[in-house]
Ligand binder design. Structure first.
Ligand code: IPM
Ligand code: MG
Length: 356
């Protein structure tokens, strides 16, 4: 088969890690007889430098004409002092909205070989960890009405949290469908003791649950969820939540694994279209030095093969290759604890490709 992929290397370590992901993609393609047509486009700081716009129209057009998007990372100090609406991060919000990427899947799992990396006590994690945070990605406070107005306490700024039933229903379905393929447990996170938008969220999620009688549904307030995640993370299977709560809790969940250089993510639209990226950022201090861990981006390619292209054997092959390379003791600097073989970005990519 032939597939079209828009590739956004972005800023910082983005180009370093994307190159290795493309090497792995090409290797899988050769093995299984697929051709991946990749078109590189600009977004983020590099796009600001080249065009004055963090998300050029051409980038949106190429993404829309593709079957999937692979993204490295965007942002860096260089652009940190630009006004909020011109920062590289805007490109991410813009691309999510333009492409209708409403469902963000952020797995937090612990690789057996890297269990020591977690900051939590081993007894809390014994038996492993495998959570998926399903974050609503195109609604809520990040996209709501915003503005400034005068108050008797001086000028005030506001951002509105709003969710429609339709927005909640479609993200809830993604979460329940995901739970059906996993351990059949959904935890919906909200702040229904305070927020009307959360009360609507809870009501709609509860309605959707009726179509999934095999799935157990719990509700947690977000403050309690943040606490439970470090107290007993193994109680979770699928966590479904709003854009802002998901932003925060997915960072917390990833930190529990201790290896954010290993974690991929998917942002899905209705249908099979999706954008795939590592959960970590652009780490500008490591850019171009062959030090970044390309594994999260390589595993993002596996997610792309599985979710957008329906190529599960190919995805399994990549995931198995990553495990094999870890088992052989290869470690990028972020994972290196003095044992095994220290390798750079490129060698890690070559090792994983070599296992395929
Ligand atoms: C993320 C990031 C983005 C977000 C920022 C950079 C806009 O934190 O993908 O989690 O808040 O969604
Ligand atoms: Mg975030």
């Amino acid at each position: 088969m032939e597939y079209r992929i828009a590739v956004i290397p972005g800023d910082g370590i983005g180009p370093d890690i994307v190159d290795q992901a493309l090497l792995v993609l090409e290797t899988v393609g050769k093995k299984f007889g697929h051709t991946f047509h990749c078109t590189k486009v600009l977004a983020g700081g590099c796009a600001i430098d080249a065009t004055g716009n963090c998300l050029p129209q051409e980038t949106i057009d190429v993404c829309k004409a593709s079957d999937a998007v692979l993204l490295g990372a965007v942002g860096g100090w260089k652009w940190d002092n630009l006004p909020g609406d011109q920062r590289p991060e805007r490109a991410l919000l813009g691309i999510r909205k333009e492409l209708g990427l409403f469902a963000n899947l952020r797995p937090a799992m612990i690789f057996e070989e890297l269990a020591d990396a977690s900051p939590l006590k081993p007894e809390i994690l014994s038996g492993g960890l495998d959570i998926v945070v399903v974050r609503e990605l195109t609604g809520g406070i990040y996209f709501g009405d915003r503005g400034t107005r005068d108050t008797d306490m001086g000028p005030a700024a506001y951002d509105v949290e709003q969710y429609s039933e339709g927005e909640v229903r479609r993200i809830a379905k993604v979460a329940f469908d995901m739970a059906m393929k996993r351990n059949k447990h959904v935890t919906s996170v909200d702040k229904a003791n305070v927020l009307d938008s959360s009360r609507l969220w809870r009501r709609v999620v509860t309605e959707v649950a009726k179509d999934y009688p095999e799935v157990t549904l719990d509700h947690l307030y977000v403050d309690n969820a943040a606490m439970q995640l470090v107290r007993n993370p193994r109680q979770f299977d699928v966590i479904v939540t709003s854009n802002i709560f998901g932003d925060i809790l997915s960072d917390e969940a990833s930190q529990i694994t201790g290896s954010i250089g290993m974690l991929p993510s998917a942002s899905l639209a209705q249908g099979n279209f999706g954008m795939y990226e590592p959960i970590h950022g652009s780490a500008p201090d490591l850019a171009g030095q062959d030090k970044a861990n390309p594994t999260a981006t390589i595993l993002s390619v596996a997610m792309m093969l599985r979710y957008t292209f329906g190529l599960s054997a190919e995805a399994d092959t990549i995931e198995a290759a990553v495990k094999a390379v870890l088992a052989k003791g290869y470690r990028t600097p972020d994972l290196y604890t003095g044992e095994g073989t220290l390798v750079g970005t490129q060698e890690m990519g070559r090792c994983i490709a070599g296992e395929i």
